[in-house]
Structure formats: C-alpha cells, structure tokens
Write a protein that binds this ligand. Structure first.
Ligand code: AMP
Length: 407
C-alpha cells in the first residue's frame, strides 16, 4: 500500500531532513491531513488528542512559514503564539519545538505561571519567533508590558477543551482580542463540547477540519485487563501488584485529587516509592513529582485525569485504574499514557460493583470486552420487558440498585 512520506507534504527540505534524523519514517494521520492545509495557510480545527503527533502537525508548518519569511522578531513580541492549558503541556511543546527546529535559526521560549517571572521577562526582551504560554502568565506579562502581541501572525490554541474545563475561557477571549485579526489560527481539542464549538466559531476563519479519532480506539499495543474486586480490598491488591518486578514504571489513576494524594502517601508507607500529580499541588511540586518519576527515583505516580494530560513519559510499563473514570473517553486518555512510541504496555482496571456501569460504557466506547484477570463480573440486571414488570418488582429493583450504588 502506498504510504505518504514527509517529502510529499510540502515542508522545506531542511525540516524533512530534521525529521529523518529524528527517525520519523512516516507522518501520523493528523500530520498527513493537517500539514498540507496549514502550509496553504488555512485556519484549522483539529480534533485530536495528545499522543497523535499533533504537536508536529502544528509545529512543523509554523516552523516552515517562519523560516521562509524574512522577518526578525521585534523586541518583546512574538511571531507565533501557542497557548496551552498547563505548564507541563507548555514545557512539552517547547521541548518538541527544540527538536523539530534544531536546524533552523529561530528563537522560541516558554512562559508559565507558578515560578518567578524574571527569566521569562529576559527571554522575551529581544522578542522571539515562537512563544508557548499558559494563559494567566501571558496576560500578566502583557499587562506589565513585558510582552506585546501585535506581531502575532500564527496562533494555536491547544487542548481547547481542557482550557475551558480549567476555567480559562475569559483569559483566552482576552488574549484573542489582543491579537491582529490578520493571522492564521489553529484550534486543537480532543472533544468538542458546545463551549469549544462556540469558541472555534469565534476565533477561526473558514477553517478546514481534520479529525483523528483515537478517542475510541486505544493503541493496539496496550494489553487491557480488569480485576473485579471489593472496594475495600483495592488497596492491598494494588500494593501486591506494585511489588511485582515487572511493574517498573506505573501511573495509577484516581478520580479525585484528595484520593491521589492520600493513596501516594499510603503506598509510600507500604514501602513503594510513589508521588502524586494533581491540581491541588503547586506548579513546582507537580514538576518535581514528574521529574522524580521520569528519572526513575519514584516508580509510581498517582494522578488525576486533568493533571495527567500531557504527561509525556516514555517506558510507562503499566497504567492502573484504581478507580474507573466517569467519562469513558478519559479511560482511553489514561491508557494512552503507556505503550507510547510503539512500545507495549498494560492497562489494568480495578473495578468494584458500583463501577460496573462505567466499565460497560467504556467497553461500548472501545467496542471491546475487556479481558478478566481476576474475580467474576457481577451479573447485571436482566433486560426489562417494558410494561410487563409489576409495580412491586420495580420497587424491589430500585431498592437493590440503590444498594449497589451505595456499596
Ligand atoms: P504528540 O501527540 O505531539 O504529543 O506526540 C506524541 C509522540 O509521538 C511524541 O513522543 C512525538 O515525538 C512522537 N511523534 C510525533 N510524530 C511522529 C512521527 N511522525 N513518527 C514517529 N513519532 C512521532
């Protein structure tokens, strides 16, 4: 079968050579679809999540355009602006640009909150070609006149759905209003809730739409299993699993920030080196946890869904769902943290009775029945024959359902 190569997408020779050095043999689907449209200067609505190669999908065309234009950045300004919801994602995009732009003499920097601003102010003094920023810090620096936004001709809004979830909509609107209207705008989002659609309609001009749908298709190299277990036995089961030698680098997911912090503490007390990553931690504490995990000093990271977005750690051997997510798409995001870049990985879900409805929704989304590793799947209610069920029976069922939910 004929496969598109990076040569066919219209990128400069220099960029194609860099990708070769990087051993990127073929573009990913989002890259194949988006890059030619972006080189033709279309606005773009990209429906794709982290892990699909979307950073290169928007980063490469920006590097392409900027390197061909004979312009230098004006002091304190930037020619391209990439907005990301979290510091981790911003840093990750900055790192990717370093790699993709290593053979091109362009300046870029990253600004984010939670740390002192002096180094960021200095980095912006002479102006940059590409600025990656989180919204709050960008506005802070703009208001203090350390950054000007009137030279932006490429604007990327990354992970728009998370941006809205995290309450950045007003900041995003303010920033957008400060940009020149003559610009190329790209919006990426894993999901398209109404808020994102409204925002896209406001900021994009005749956009082309590209969508890759890994949301419902977990990477094939992830082995998925489920353990049916009582809620109160989950912790001892987790400890046992983590003591096995193959559980080398593990992300454990919980539903709440509180639970993530508590579980990491409990695991540490049981002699398992772990840390947590959640939104109640300061930026520097989150970065520290991530660095410890990356360097292998802690082997277990307990995380919530939002905090885990954009974690780009290779060689994660296992993802454990200590609690199943309420939103089935989050399951796919979670297990995508393992088996990256072609490696294999395992995802294990500890499912108690009350979580069966979530498990069912997940299985419907991924169109797969997850293999059982231990325990037995509790019987679900027989299908209702409408109208034929007596009032008394219905009452009884309601009661037993309540019992399951409160389990
Ligand atoms: P992203 O979705 O941008 O976070 O990218 C996910 C991972 O895929 C990163 O580790 C990239 O370095 C890698 N990647 C991106 N594009 C390609 C490609 N065409 N071939 C191989 N790896 C890639």
């Amino acid at each position: 079968m004929h496969k598109t190569t990076f040569n066919c997408l219209g990128l400069t020779k220099r960029i194609v050579q860099t990708l070769k050095k990087q051993q990127y043999a073929f573009p990913t689907p989002i890259q194949e679809k988006a890059i030619p449209l972006l080189i033709e200067r279309n606005d773009l609505l990209g429906i794709a999540q982290t892990g699909t190669g979307k950073t290169a999908a928007f980063g490469l065309p920006i590097l392409h355009h900027l390197s061909l234009e004979e312009k230098r950045p004006v002091a304190k300004s930037t020619r391209a602006l990439i907005l990301a919801p979290t510091r981790e994602l911003a840093v990750q995009i900055g790192d990717a640009l370093k790699v993709y732009g290593r053979d091109i003499p362009l300046r870029h920097t990253v600004v984010f909150g939670g740390v002192g601003q002096n180094a960021q102010v200095t980095a912006m003094r002479r102006g940059v070609d590409i600025l990656v920023a989180t919204p709050g810090r960008l506005l802070d620096l703009f208001n203090q006149k350390h950054i000007r936004l009137d030279f932006v001709s490429y604007f990327v809004l990354d992970e728009a759905d998370r941006m809205l979830d995290m309450g950045f909509i007003h900041d995003v609107q303010k920033i957008t209003a400060l940009l020149p209207t003559e610009r190329q705008t790209l919006l990426f989002s894993a999901t398209m809730p109404p808020g994102v659609i409204r925002l896209a309609n406001k900021i994009l001009h005749n956009p082309k739409e590209v969508s890759v749908a890994p949301t419902a298709t977990p990477v094939k190299t992830v082995e998925q299993k489920v353990i049916f277990i009582d809620r109160e036995k989950k912790r001892s089961c987790l400890v046992k699993l983590l003591q096995e030698a193959t559980f080398d680098r593990v992300i454990v997911f919980t539903r709440t920030k509180h639970k993530a912090g508590k579980l990491a503490e409990q695991l540490t007390k049981s002699g398992i080196k772990s840390d947590s990553l959640h939104g109640d931690k300061s930026q520097s504490a989150r970065q520290k946890a991530l660095d410890l995990f990356k360097s292998g000093k802690v082997s277990v990271l307990v995380a919530t869904d939002i905090a885990s977005r954009g974690i780009d750690v290779d060689d994660v051997t296992h993802v454990i769902n200590y609690e199943l997510p309420m939103v089935p798409e989050d399951y796919v995001h979670r297990i995508g943290r393992t088996a990256r870049a072609g490696a294999s990985g395992s995802a294990l879900s500890l499912c108690d009775k009350s979580e069966i409805p979530h498990l069912t929704k997940i299985e419907q989304l991924i169109k797969t029945k997850i293999e059982i590793l231990e325990g037995e799947r509790p019987q679900s209610d027989p299908p209702e024959r409408s109208g034929k069920i007596s009032k008394k029976k219905r009452k009884k069922r309601k009661k037993s359902f309540k019992k399951i939910v409160n389990f």
